[in-house]
Design a protein around this ligand. Structure first.
Ligand code: SF4
Ligand code: SF4
Length: 192
């Protein structure tokens, strides 16, 4: 049974005037404090004190959460070839049906298959991360830290094997989960 709590209010509270005045004083206090700090920053003063609680986008970017799912990349073996063995697990599990893989016979009998073609249509992708979870080879990751990708065409949103591999570093380097876009290879538009 729900417990009903009755809070008695007097005429003072029911008039709302004191609370309205208190709220306005709080807002005005923040406004004038921020304005004074921003003005001081213009003259090179009090640089160590933030002028407001918000990030000054686009000059200042909000740090990404380490587990945030960002643009996909395909990982590589030591020789630079894709780790992907074209098992189709990611294509099968993808709820948006936006992965398209064509498998080929790998010259190494230990590996069996490799992706001749691997496309992700990011215009359809819902960034669910199922492809990453399903992959048995750690061949696909969503840890590039790139969240701003767009194109003027639908075709431009289709990332092919070459482009997805280019987002992984060469084996000598490693990319931390929080890698910034500027640390990664520059994207190029796929050939039509
Ligand atoms: S993140 Fe989800 S929707 Fe996007 S490619 Fe992977 S499985 Fe498909
Ligand atoms: S990325 Fe992983 S799950 Fe997808 S085909 Fe390659 S090995 Fe299989």
């Amino acid at each position: 049974m729900a417990i009903k709590k009755v809070v008695e209010t007097g005429l003072w509270e029911r008039s709302y005037v004191p609370e309205i005045i208190r709220g306005m004083a709080l807002t005005a206090g923040h406004f004038f404090r921020n304005m004074a700090l921003h003005t001081a920053h213009v003259f090179g003063l009090a640089k160590d004190r933030r002028g407001s609680a918000t990030y000054q986008f686009p000059e200042e970017r909000r740090p990404l959460a380490p587990r945030l799912r960002t643009l996909h990349r395909l990982t590589r073996r030591e020789d630079g070839s894709p780790r992907c063995v074209a098992c189709m697990m990611c294509e099968t599990v993808c709820p948006a049906r936006c992965i398209y893989i064509v498998a080929g016979e790998h010259p190494n009998p230990q590996i069996e298959k490799y992706p001749v073609r691997f496309d992700i249509d990011l215009g359809l992708c819902v960034m669910c991360g199922y492809c990453v979870e399903a992959c048995p080879e750690d061949a696909i990751r969503m840890d590039t830290g790139i969240v701003e990708f767009s194109s003027y065409t639908r075709e431009g949103m289709i990332y092919d094997l070459k482009k997805l591999l280019s987002l992984s570093p060469t084996p000598k380097r490693s990319v931390p989960a929080s890698a910034r876009p500027e640390d990664l290879p520059q994207l190029t538009e796929p050939q039509a």
